[in-house]
Design a protein around this ligand. Structure first.
Ligand SMILES: Cc1cc2nc3c(=O)[nH]c(=O)nc-3n(C[C@H](O)[C@H](O)[C@H](O)COP(=O)(O)O)c2cc1C
Length: 426
């Protein structure tokens, strides 16, 4: 990526030292960084550190001699602004639209077509306070993008949400905000395994880790696409900020897909989730039959489970969408010979009308993180061999961006779909 002009605003948090790591990484990645620091921020990091990292003297005062109009010049210069770390004070200040200091004046003067990102850092009580919550919502409604806060022990010894996100997450979010893909796609990714309740505490599930879904989300966000991730509760979280919703059971994922696809015109769904083919219908505990998901079984004799088949969510995606959609399916085999694997992929193209199918075989998975070979099957019999999850992400993104947008469907077709989005489930 050729470098961007980035303005980093530091405010008075103990995490200001961590922000120096962020600045250093941005500079090393070829971006031109300039800093603004509040008076409180300069109690935590010295101006010499910021000058040393960026090669430019940090701005701190609105009325500095010779730099009185700097806030206008800086907002014109910057491709994106990052407030990092952002204190509760500054977040509330910005939400109130006050311009009595340099960050406030910059915020009001900045061109709102350009990204303004905020990486909050504060103690959990400050983050949870209604004043801060209201300010965050207000700023979001004005288009400000918030990075997720991390959970854990804060400097004040309290445990909870409010820690500054890790530097690689912040760098990825900034680069995603300034990335300009040839075509910005709206992508919905499903990830991780569903769980099927037996009783109130036990589930049937699978071994999906959600690593592929997380990596795909990271890659698409970094390329500048708009990503929504439907992630199993237990699945790996991506190292980037994107819209996320978690699911637990098949029914949760089914409902989330129906809602999301009916609300937003996605360009593609990458359906990487491992969805259980069966759910538990009835549990027979020593002759006492009860519905799944109720109470807690407490018999010594193992219960008998009656399972029911789930519909294939993959087959329902297009009918639920309000816009024409490219569908990417996943097929996992376990030690299948080549001919069997090809037949399985062909069956998905035929049955589900997927536009692309990713095939991997469990026995090919390597010991290293990301080391999971896959073949990407595209229309016209084209197959791309990908040695790692990373290569798969690159190949998928390149293919989806290169494909021309799908023409809108005739209104009459669309209306009949919207009327009954669950048609294929009934
Ligand atoms: C040691 C120390 C650490 C602090 N850390 C934070 C913090 O992480 N987040 C926060 O919102 N405020 C923190 N504060 C309080 C802010 O520095 C204070 O509200 C200040 O007025 C913020 O000014 P600014 O937003 O203009 O930088 C801390 C204060 C001290 C003394």
């Amino acid at each position: 990526m050729s470098g961007s002009n980035l303005l980093v605003v530091l405010t008075g948090s103990i995490a200001a030292a961590k922000a120096c790591d962020v600045i250093s990484r941005l500079v090393q990645r070829g971006h031109r960084v300039r800093c603004v620091a509040t008076e409180a921020a300069l109690r935590f990091v010295g101006p010499a550190t910021l000058e040393g990292l960026t090669g430019a003297v940090p701005m701190a005062e609105m009325f500095a001699a010779g730099a009185a109009l700097e806030h206008i010049e800086l907002t014109r210069w910057a491709d994106a602004v990052l407030v990092c770390p952002a204190t509760a004070n500054t977040i509330n200040h910005l939400a109130a639209g006050l311009a009595d200091d340099l960050p406030g004046a910059l915020f009001l003067a900045h061109d709102r077509a350009k990204p303004w990102l905020i990486a909050p850092a504060m103690n959990p009580a400050m983050w949870a306070h209604p004043a801060t919550r209201t300010a965050v919502e207000r700023l979001r409604s004005w288009g400000v993008r918030f990075l997720p806060v991390a959970e854990g022990r804060t400097a004040c010894g309290e445990v909870g949400e409010g820690r500054l996100a890790e530097p690689p997450v912040i760098v990825a979010a900034v680069e995603a905000a300034v990335a300009r893909p040839a075509r910005r796609l709206r992508v919905l990714i499903t990830s991780g395994g569903t769980a099927e309740p037996i009783d109130g505490v036990r589930v049937l599930t699978n071994t999906s880790t959600g690593a592929t879904g997380a990596l795909l989300a990271e890659h698409f966000v970094r390329c500048g696409h708009d990503v929504t991730l439907l992630r199993a509760r237990s699945a790996e979280r991506p190292d980037v900020a994107c819209r996320e919703e978690t699911f637990f059971t098949f029914a949760d994922l089914d409902a989330a897909l129906a809602r999301r696809l009916a609300a937003e015109p996605f360009d593609a769904v990458i359906h990487a989730a491992a969805v259980s083919d069966y759910g538990v219908e009835l549990v027979d505990a020593a002759g006492r039959v009860q519905p799944a998901g109720a109470g807690k079984l407490d018999t010594d004799a193992p219960p008998l489970l009656r399972l029911r088949s789930h519909p294939k969510l993959l087959d329902t995606l297009r009918a639920r969408a309000i816009a024409p959609l490219r569908v990417v399916a996943f097929k996992l085999t376990c030690g299948a010979p080549g001919t069997e694997a090809s037949a399985a992929v062909r069956a998905i193209f035929a049955r589900s009308h997927a536009d692309a199918v990713v095939h991997n075989d469990l026995t090919a998975r390597g010991p290293a993180e990301g080391d999971f070979p896959a073949s990407l099957h595209l229309p016209g019999g084209v197959v791309r061999a990908c040695a790692t999850r990373g290569e798969l992400a690159i190949a998928l993104e390149a293919w989806l961006v290169a494909e021309p947008p799908l023409a809108p469907e005739p209104i009459e077709n669309r209306e009949s779909k919207i009327e009954n989005p669950h048609a294929s489930l009934s």
